[in-house]
Design a protein around this ligand. Structure first.
Ligand code: ADP
Length: 455
C-alpha cells in the first residue's frame, strides 16, 4: 500500500499543476514558432493553408498509408447543402516483404491497387468532369522515410517543413502513377492528426485543433501565418497555416514524473524523447501499470512469494487490457482476475489484490487524461480561446481521434471533465470536444479538395 500511495502522490495532478503544464505548453509553442529547434515541440509547418469549408465539390481521392496496410477512398462532394454525396473505401494489407522493400516496390503496388479502384468509379455515383485531372490527398499514420533501398520506418521529422522527408515517397508514387498510366495528382500530404483536423473543420467551422490519442499522440491546430516567425516563405492567401505540433515530445519540469516513467524512458529506444507521449499515449500507459505491479511484487510479495515472470517482460500488459480492467464493473472484478491470469500468468488473485490493480490503472489513466486536458488548454491559450472576449462566447471545437480516446471511456470522461474544470464556469461551455468519427477516413480527400488546382 505504501508503494501505491507513493505512486499516487507522485502522479498527482492538482489544478495548479495542470495550469503550469498548460502555460509551459503555450510557452513551448511560442518558442517552436519563433525558431528552429527552440522548443521540445516540433511545431512543424504543414503544407495545409486551406482547410475545407464545406463548399468543396467534385470527386477526390485519398490514400491513407499505415505501417501494415493502406486505405484508398474516394468521395463525391456536393458543396455545403449536399456535402458528401457518395463515399467509398477499400483497405489493402501490405505484403510483409514489401514492408522491408524499396519505396518503388511499395508505390508500384499501391498504384496497381489504385488503378483497379479507379476503374470501378463508374459502378457508384462518382464522376469526374472530363477536363479535370483526378486529385488525391495522401496521409500517413506516422511519418516515414523510405528511400530506395531503405526499409519502411516510422521516424521523427528532421525539418521544420512538415512532410519534407515524405516527399521522396510522394515523388516515387507520382512516378509510379505516371508509368502505370494513372493520371492523378497528389494535391496534399498530411499526417493523421491534420487529417482529423480537416475532417472536423469540414463538418464544423468551429473546429480549431485536433488531437490524436492512440498508440501515439499528437496535436495540430490552425495558426495565423504571421505568428510563425521562423517562416520566411510567402504568406498564404488564407493568412492561416496548420501547425503539426508533434506534442508527444513536449517536456516540462512541471510534468509529474515517477520512478516508473524514468525507468521506462531509460529502457526505451528514444531516451529523453517523447516525454509527454510516454505518459499519455496508448503505447506506454499499460507498461507503466506493469512496472508499478512489478515493484509491488518484488518488494512486497504482492502476488505471493514469487515474482510472476511475465510481469518482468516489457509491454506484456497493453493499454487495452489496462482499460478493460479499469472498466470492470463485476462485483468480484472477474475481468481483472482473468486478465491477470491470461496475460500475466497470475492465478487465484483475491478481490483485495484485484482492487489494488484497478487502483493503479485509475492513477495512470487519470494522470494521462488530466495532462492531455492541460495540453489542450495550452493550445487554447496560444490561440486566445481560453477566455470569453468582450462578453462574446465564441464557440471552440477540438476534434479528437485515436483508439485510446475512442475506447477508453473512463479516460475520455476524465479528460473532458478536467478541461471544463480548467476553463472555469464562464468559458467551459464554449469549448467542446468532439469525437471525429468517420470523417478522418475522407479527411485527406477533403484536403485534396481544399487544395485543388481548380480552386
Ligand atoms: P494507431 O495505432 O494508428 O494509433 P488507433 O488510433 O486505433 O491506431 O489506436 C490504437 C491504440 O489504441 C492501441 O495501441 C491501444 O493503445 C489503444 N486501444 C485500443 N483499444 C483500446 C481499448 N479498448 N481501451 C483503451 N485503449 C485502447
Amino acid at each position: 500500500m505504501a508503494i501505491l500511495k507513493e505512486f499516487e502522490d507522485m502522479s498527482d495532478t492538482p489544478l495548479g499543476k495542470l495550469k503550469q503544464v498548460a502555460e509551459a505548453m503555450t510557452v513551448e509553442m511560442h518558442a517552436g514558432l519563433a525558431s528552429e529547434g527552440g522548443s521540445t515541440l516540433g511545431m512543424l509547418i504543414s503544407s495545409v493553408d486551406n482547410l475545407p469549408t464545406g463548399n468543396e465539390h467534385g470527386l477526390f481521392y485519398a490514400l491513407d498509408l499505415g505501417g501494415t496496410k493502406f486505405c484508398l477512398s474516394r468521395v463525391q462532394l456536393g458543396r455545403k447543402k449536399r456535402r458528401v454525396l457518395e463515399q467509398e473505401s477499400t483497405e489493402v494489407s501490405i505484403p510483409p516483404h514489401m514492408m522491408v522493400g524499396t519505396s518503388k516496390g511499395l508505390c508500384d503496388f499501391i498504384t496497381e491497387e489504385l488503378a483497379t479502384f479507379v476503374a470501378t468509379e463508374g459502378d457508384g455515383d462518382f464522376h469526374i468532369s472530363p477536363s479535370r485531372q483526378r486529385e488525391m490527398g495522401f496521409s500517413f499514420s506516422c511519418p516515414m522515410t523510405r528511400t530506395s533501398g531503405t526499409p519502411i520506418k516510422c521516424t521523427k521529422h528532421s525539418s521544420s517543413i512538415d512532410g519534407a522527408v515524405d516527399q521522396d515517397l510522394v515523388a516515387q508514387l507520382t512516378q509510379s502513377m505516371k508509368s502505370k498510366g494513372v493520371d492523378m495528382r497528389v494535391a496534399a500530404v498530411v499526417n493523421d492528426t491534420i487529417r482529423t483536423l480537416a475532417g472536423g473543420r469540414y463538418l464544423n467551422n468551429d473546429v480549431v485543433a485536433a488531437v490524436t490519442l492512440g498508440t501515439g499522440t499528437n496535436a495540430a491546430y490552425v495558426e495565423c501565418a504571421n505568428a510563425i516567425s521562423k517562416w520566411h516563405g510567402v504568406l498564404p492567401k488564407s493568412g492561416e497555416m496548420v501547425i503539426n505540433m508533434e506534442w508527444g515530445n513536449f517536456r516540462s519540469v512541471h510534468l509529474p514524473l515517477t520512478e516508473y516513467d524514468h525507468a521506462l524512458d531509460v529502457e526505451s529506444l528514444n531516451v529523453g524523447e517523447q516525454s509527454f507521449g510516454k505518459i499519455i499515449s496508448g503505447k506506454y500507459m499499460g507498461d507503466i501499470v506493469r512496472r508499478v505491479l512489478l515493484k509491488m511484487a518484488e518488494e512486497a510479495d504482492f502476488f505471493g512469494d514469487t515474482v510472476p515472470s511475465k510481469l518482468r517482460i516489457p509491454f506484456t500488459l497493453r493499454t487495452h487490457e489496462m482499460s478493460a480492467m479499469h472498466h470492470d464493473n463485476s462485483p468480484d472484478l472477474r475481468v481483472v482476475g482473468s486478465i491477470l491470469q491470461d496475460i500475466l500468468g497470475i492465478s487465484n488473485t483475491s478481490l483485495t489484490t484485484r482492487k489494488v490493480v484497478v487502483e493503479v490503472c485509475v492513477i495512470v489513466a487519470e494522470r494521462g487524461a488530466r495532462l492531455s486536458a492541460a495540453g489542450i488548454l495550452g493550445i487554447l491559450k496560444k490561440i486566445g480561446r481560453e477566455t470569453v472576449k468582450k462578453g462574446v462566447k465564441q464557440k471552440t471545437v477540438i476534434a479528437i481521434d485515436g483508439g485510446v480516446f475512442k475506447h477508453y471511456s473512463e479516460l475520455t470522461k476524465c479528460l473532458e471533465n478536467t478541461l471544463k474544470e480548467l476553463l472555469g464556469e464562464e468559458v467551459k461551455d464554449t469549448v467542446v470536444i468532439e469525437h471525429a468519427n468517420d470523417v478522418p477516413r475522407i479527411g485527406a480527400a477533403l484536403i485534396a479538395a481544399s487544395h485543388s488546382q481548380y480552386n
